[in-house]
Write a protein of this length. Structure first.
Ligand code: CP
Length: 302
């Protein structure tokens, strides 16, 4: 992992994923370790973010490093027409690692190819969000005691939701069964189903929730990604198609936990929040420890 970019979750083997999760647990036990004194990390967010950007910044601060960057493209010279390549080449002069979120699929891979310093993909369009996946895996392991043989129910926008794409690929190392619940317009794309077919992983597709929640170990809710729709009318048709309510959890398994990458809009009713099965805010906290581990591994300080 040392000095390697993280563009897709497929960049990491099962063994490397386990190393990250073990190190994240170490940081959770002891979150203030000044391993990055003298290091500068660039945080380039061309798209809005609360959790990813701030948990990365929190992770860097806890490790004793310094952060430079911007939280919107309009405050950078991209707004004057500067290319992504020129931006990356410039910022790499100022930093040891670049964390980047960008609306274009493939932008992280491109940035990693032109950058002399490692690049961490903090989300590229509807493609991948590998650091979210590592914190999701950490959350799954913490709540289930294992990553193996779990029933994972993914609900909502499985077409544009990059977090489900990355999570599906990562979980394929651990023999899961998936239930995909989405309206026809937002079904899991064929390329990811083909990926599962090639690995012999079972999945089932549904257009309503029925009793599928009752078999799940993990219920992974997602927001309908308004910003990816070309036609606002199409968004209006599907925006509230699945709403999880507390009463729907009565028959679910005791160990079942609800994850959501957040932000949520309407897809989890607030009456779910006090239920002990609601794990999404702790999941967001886990992002700090997991991102500490990712940075420490890439910069070779652990
Ligand atoms: N989960 C996630 O990526 O959240 P933000 O968009 O707030 O970073």
């Amino acid at each position: 992992m040392k000095n390697r970019s993280l563009v897709s979750i497929s960049d990491y083997s099962a063994n490397e994923i386990r190393q990250i999760l073990d190190l994240a647990a170490d940081f959770e036990d002891n979150p203030n370790q000044r391993l990055l004194t003298g290091s500068v990390i660039a945080s380039l967010f061309f798209e809005p973010s609360t959790r990813t950007r701030l948990s990365f910044e929190s992770a860097i601060n806890r490790l004793g490093g310094r952060v430079i960057g911007f939280s919107e493209a309009s405050s950078s010279s991209v707004s004057k027409g500067e290319t992504l390549k020129d931006t990356i080449l410039t910022v790499s002069n100022y930093s040891d690692l670049i964390v980047m979120r960008h609306p274009l699929e493939g932008s992280a891979k491109y940035a990693s190819e032109v950058s002399p310093v490692p690049v961490v993909n903090a989300g590229d369009g509807a493609h991948q969000h590998p650091t979210q996946t590592l914190l999701d895996l950490y959350s799954i392991q913490k709540t289930q005691g294992t990553l193996e043989n779990l029933n994972i129910c993914m609900i909502g926008d499985l077409k544009y939701g990059r977090t489900v794409h990355s999570l599906l690929m990562a979980m394929s190392h651990f023999n899961p069964v998936f239930n995909f619940i989405a309206p026809d317009e937002l079904k899991m794309p064929d390329e990811y189903k083909l990926f599962l077919d090639n690995k012999g992983i079972k999945y089932y597709e549904h257009t309503d929730m029925d009793d599928n929640l009752n078999y799940a170990d993990i219920t992974y809710m997602t927001r309908v990604q308004r910003e990816r729709f070309a036609d606002p009318v199409e968004y209006e048709k599907v925006k509230n198609v699945f709403i999880l309510r507390n009463e729907m959890l009565n028959e679910t398994k005791d160990n079942m936990r609800i994850l959501h990458p957040l932000p949520r809009v309407n897809e989890i009713n607030i009456d779910v929040d006090p239920n002990p099965k609601a794990y999404y805010f702790t999941q967001a906290l886990n992002g700090v420890y997991t991102r500490m581990a990712i940075i420490a591994k890439i910069l070779g300080v652990k």
